[in-house]
Design a protein around this ligand. Sequence first.
Ligand code: ADP
Ligand code: MG
Length: 349
Amino acid sequence: MLEEKNPSKTALSALGEFALIAHLTQNFKVENKSSLVGIGDDAAVVEHAKERTLISTDLLVEGIHFDLSYMPLKHLGYKAVMVNLSDLYAMNAHPQQITVSIAVSNRFTLEALEDLYEGIALACKNYKVDLVGGDTTSSTTGLILSITALGSAPKKKIVCRSGAKENDLLVVSGDLGGAYAGLQILEREKAVFKVNPNEQPDLSPYSYSIGRQLKPEARKDVVELLNTLNIIPTAMIDISDGLSSEILHLSKASGVGFQVFEEKIPIDPEVSLICEEFKFNPLTAALNGGEDYELLFTVDQKHYDAIKSHPYLTVIGHACENSRGCNLVTGLGQQIELTAQGWQSFSEE
Ligand code: ADP
Ligand code: MG
């Protein structure tokens, strides 16, 4: 991937900036009606007609946000787009355009960037968004990747973090802790590989969790489902930093507390097995793990029947009076205060 001395790979210096941009973006066609001018001019032009425009940006730095020794560049490209689309879905909006800016060192070859753009292209295709611009520059060592996503939503459908009301149900999509469990496996295998590069580990028992780490999907399907059910959440956020931290964000923005039931938190059996192997509580992975990119939202109680019957939605608690704070209710009925690092008693164990 990064063999700069490999003669079969093309050095970036062989192309120059303009040829590089042209090469990487040549197969991207603008598909959405709202993308009026795409790559190739000084600025892109978009039209979100009668809807509001929503914008979200993320910056990913090698060594801080990703490790290329176990994250293939194609996956990195895909995941970087997902992270941004997830933020727009968390506003109940419909992503339509992205821009991609990269800073790369000469450690990277043209083929490596082709892999990155292959992942970006796949994400664009799967989620029907257009790549409409970006910027390309050099860096001294690592890779820096910044993506901005643009989307739209009718004014009435935009969901902020701030609208949760007392007694609203707290709902999460999918299951939690998988991305964190997958990361533990990848870190372990990286360490094993350093000692014994010839060993081929069997990672198949961990495939769900590794997939959650390397190839997350933004929950477009959940936003579409809510739309079909005619449900507009009162507040919503995507789970990038772990359930605890996101609940606290909703609490702060909405001025309500939350009661969350330990037994309701959805955790995949494979994740539980990995946690057993690593001797940590699966609940910790769900509460603090992060990078699951599921949606966490509140809805009025009248929607209980519609939500509870849906396989990938779980009611995990409800909003309460602000003064009660945010608490995890254990199986034994104990209340444990949620903190951004998890629940307080955990550090005392
Ligand atoms: P300028 O000098 O006006 O910033 P550039 O030469 O940087 O223009 O970019 C030319 C076109 O290519 C612009 O439309 C820009 O948005 C697009 N572009 C540049 N870099 C990238 C990239 N890494 N990915 C996608 N589009 C890019
Ligand atoms: Mg530029």
